[in-house]
Design a protein around this ligand. Structure first.
Ligand SMILES: Cc1cc2nc3c(=O)[nH]c(=O)nc-3n(C[C@H](O)[C@H](O)[C@H](O)COP(=O)(O)O)c2cc1C
Length: 190
């Protein structure tokens, strides 16, 4: 599989087989993330791997926060559905920004993120998705974890800014390509 084939063949996977992912594969994915380019080579990404016993606690924590938000009338979008996906993923890697700050009590989507470090972290995550594909694993990039920001940071003992999580596992579905806007809509040639 060459790079263009990998980019075209990657899909968000939301159904995983109940089969463990080896620590070697997890390490290969983390290494791929660390190979990403970053502004001033700051390498702002920090990873927290959640698997096995911690997985149930992580999902419980996320569901409790989402339920609380819902009770307070916050639109939680797809967060419940995403929590179900995470419940069945053998591994979830949380990605933090070592230099980012989060104001406690403020929803993270209201915070000013350092735009350069966040771009670097996005590149790291994409590398991880492509590395997973190469290893025969499926992946899902997840920002719904931000709905449970404080509780998950507490659980993971992190004071850094949480950016996203990515769930990994052997795929138990083969979704077709999701629609993309035509280049004529998203690119301008001068
Ligand atoms: C920044 C970002 C956040 C995302 N958050 C979620 C999420 O919380 N839950 C989810 O099911 N999918 C999430 N996705 C996956 C997108 O829904 C998916 O990439 C998009 O629908 C296109 O599908 P594809 O990845 O199969 O091409 C996220 C993707 C990105 C890049």
């Amino acid at each position: 599989m060459n790079t263009l084939e990998a980019i075209a063949g990657r899909r968000s996977i939301r159904k995983f087989k109940d089969a463990p992912v080896s620590d070697e594969d997890i390490e290969a994915i983390l290494n791929a993330g660390s190979q990403a380019p970053s502004g001033k080579n700051r390498q702002p990404w920090r990873f927290v791997v959640v698997k096995e016993d911690k997985r149930a606690e992580m999902v419980r924590t996320m569901r409790a926060s989402i339920d609380q938000l819902e009770e307070h009338g916050v639109d939680i979008g797809s967060a419940k559905w995403t929590a179900n996906v995470m419940d069945h993923a053998p591994v979830t890697i949380f990605v933090f920004n070592a230099h980012g700050e989060h104001t406690p009590g403020t929803p993270p989507w209201d915070d000013e993120f350092d735009v350069v470090d966040v771009q670097s972290i996005g590149a790291a995550i994409q590398n991880m998705l492509l590395a997973a594909l190469d290893l025969g694993l499926g992946s899902l990039w997840i920002c719904d974890v931000l709905y449970a920001y404080d509780a998950l940071c507490d659980l993971l003992k992190q004071e850094r800014q949480m950016i996203a999580a990515v769930s990994f596992g052997y795929p138990d579905e083969q979704p077709g390509p999701r629609p993309r806007k035509p280049l004529s809509e998203v690119a301008t040639w001068l």
